[in-house]
Design a protein around this ligand. Sequence first.
Ligand code: APR
Length: 248
Amino acid sequence: MVDNFDIPDSVLQKIGTARHVAVLTGAGISAESGVPTFREAQTGLWAKYDPQELATPEAFQRNPRLVWEWYAWRRELVNKAAPNAGHQALVALAKLVPQFTLITQNVDGLHQRAGSQNVICLHGNIMETKCFALGHRITDWPESDELPPRCPECGSLLRPNVVWFGENLPADALETAVHAARSCDVFLSIGTSALVHPAASLPLLAIENSAFLIEINPQPTPLSRWADVTLSGAAGEILPLLLARLQK
Ligand code: APR
């Protein structure tokens, strides 16, 4: 699809001379890995549920077992997926620039599995578990018939370490992301619909501070009109091409 795709010289020049490149990714970067988005995961047994009714603290309080099982199912889908050429190109890009910050809205952990370091996970990680009452991060718990299992530290129910609707983003992750957006000279927004705040504000903060904004997405988004350059296509195709041009 992008065989003859030309990466504009301005993109190569800006990234080539940048001191700090910040990247924000969304579900689109994992699309080519076959990770279903939130809504796409609503198939089979789960089709009758509204995801917004499974991904809130109230839903968990109402029916913790249902929510736990839905996440177990989504974890299984993520486990079957593998990082793609887009995730891998970002691992290589990090090594080409003096400072690199990778911020993701994805909970699938594919950036980390590809080898990216210090990934800022704004919406948590579906593979991690914490307790509902006090947020203890738990990696092991005793076998029990009860679902969800209970926190070995405080006895409250365990839940996935993801940000649900109506919950705040992890403050430290958000603070690091805001700082990166304000201090970078190039910002790449990749595979995100740029609709869900506060993540969607990060590219705007970057341009307020005179960063060069590049968007990679096959579809236009509300951010497109602010982007210096939009590379219209799939991240798994454009990012390797961009990398190859930068390495020339
Ligand atoms: N490469 C790049 N972008 C792609 C690709 C691809 N191969 N395929 C799809 N896209 C784009 C779509 O055009 C869309 O703009 O990825 C974007 C995905 O948008 P969303 O599904 O809204 O995902 P995201 O922006 O990550 O959503 C933000 O909302 O659903 C909640 O908490 C969830 O973290 C998520 C947040």
